[in-house]
Write a protein that binds this ligand. Sequence first.
Ligand SMILES: *Cc1c(COP(=O)(O)O)cnc(C)c1O
Length: 399
Amino acid sequence: MNSYTLPDPSGHFGQFGGSFVGETLVHALDELCQAYDKYRDDPEFLAEFAYELKHFVGRPSPVYHARRWSEELGGAQIWFKREDLNHTGAHKINNCIGQILLARRMGKKRIIAETGAGQHGVATATVAARYGLECVVYMGSEDVRRQASNVYRMKLLGATVVPVESGSRTLKDALNEAMRDWVTNVEDTFYIIGTVAGPHPYPMMVRDFQAVIGKECLDQMPQEAGRQPDYIIAAVGGGSNAMGIFHPYIDHAEVALLGVEAAGKGLDSGAHSASLNRGRVGVLHGNRTYVLQNEDGNVTETHSISAGLDYPGVGPEHAWLKEAGRATYATIDDQQALKAFHDCCRIEGIMPALESSHAIAEAVRLAPTLSKDKIILISLSGRGDKDMHTVAEYSGIQL
Ligand SMILES: *Cc1c(COP(=O)(O)O)cnc(C)c1O
C-alpha cells in the first residue's frame, strides 16, 4: 500500500511547495489543476501516454549492469537506468509528452516554454512538432549565444526561439518572459515547465509523468538483478529525473535515496548550484524551496560544468524529502564529474551526460565502501554527445 500521498491539495510538501503567483495566473493554474485532476487517472489518457512513451520515446528504457566497472571498483554492483536511450537523448521527453497530451485535451493551440541550456526547449519543440502545435521558446540571449546548436535544433523542429535581453540574459530572465507570455495569452496557451519546480500543480504533475522511470525499475530490478537496489542515486538540477526514479521507491524504506547536486568549482567558491546543501528557504519560480541567495535575498549566480544542473533552486519535494530524512543529498564538483564522464566512456562504452556524470561519480565513490552483494542503481538521465565540446574545452582540446 502507498502511504506517501504528498502534496496536499494546496500543493504543499510540508512547508515547501505551494503556489506563489500574481492574481492573473491564479485562474490559469486553477484551470490546469482541474484538468490534471480530471485526466491523471483517466484510463484513456494513461493509455495514450503509455502508447507515446512506447512508440515515440522508445520505452521502456533498460536497466544495465555496469559489470566491468563494478569489478574494477571491487565493491557494490553498479546498475544504470538507461534514460540516455530515449528519443532526444534524455528523460525530459517523458514529461513533455505528458504535458502536451494534457494541453490537447484542454483545447490549447499554442505551447510555450523557457530553457537555459536548451535541452528542455528541444524536448518541447519535439513534442510540439509531433502534434502540430505552435511552439515558442524563451531563452536568455546569453544562452542563445552559448547554445547555438540547440537553438538551431529547435528551429529545425519548427519552434520560434525568442532571445530575452533583460537582466543577466539567462534562465531566470527567460522564465520571467515565459510567465509574462502566459499571463497575456492564457486562453489559448499551455506553459510546459521542464522540471519538478514552478507553482502547484507542476511539481506534482512533472513528478507523476517522470515516475515512469522508477515504476519500470520496480519491475526490472527483480527480473534482471534478482532484487531491488540498496541505493538509488540521481543528479539533481531542478530534480525531475531524481523525483521520477525516487518516487515509486519512497515507501520502500530499505532503499536509500541519494541525490547529487553540482558543487561546481567547490562549495566554498560560490561557483556551484548546490541549493539543498548551501541554499536557504525562500520563494523561487512560484514555490517555497531551498534557494541560493545572498544576505538580501537576491538569487545568486550559479555555476556547474553541466548546464542542466545550473539552477539556483530545487523542486520542493526534494526539500521535503531532505527535511523528512527520507533522502540525502551529496555534492560532486566539476573535476569529479569530468573524471566519471571519461571513465564511463572508457570502461563501459557509454558516453553519459555531464549531469548524469555527477550521479555516476558519487556511485563510484560509494561502491568500494560496500560489499559485492550490494546494488547501486544510477539514473543515467541522458547521453553525453551534447557535452563533447564542453569536455574537449576543459581538456584543452580543440575540435
Ligand atoms: C536537464 C537535465 C538534468 C537536470 O534536470 P532534472 O530536472 O534535475 O532532472 C539532468 N540530466 C540531464 C541529462 C538533463 O538533460
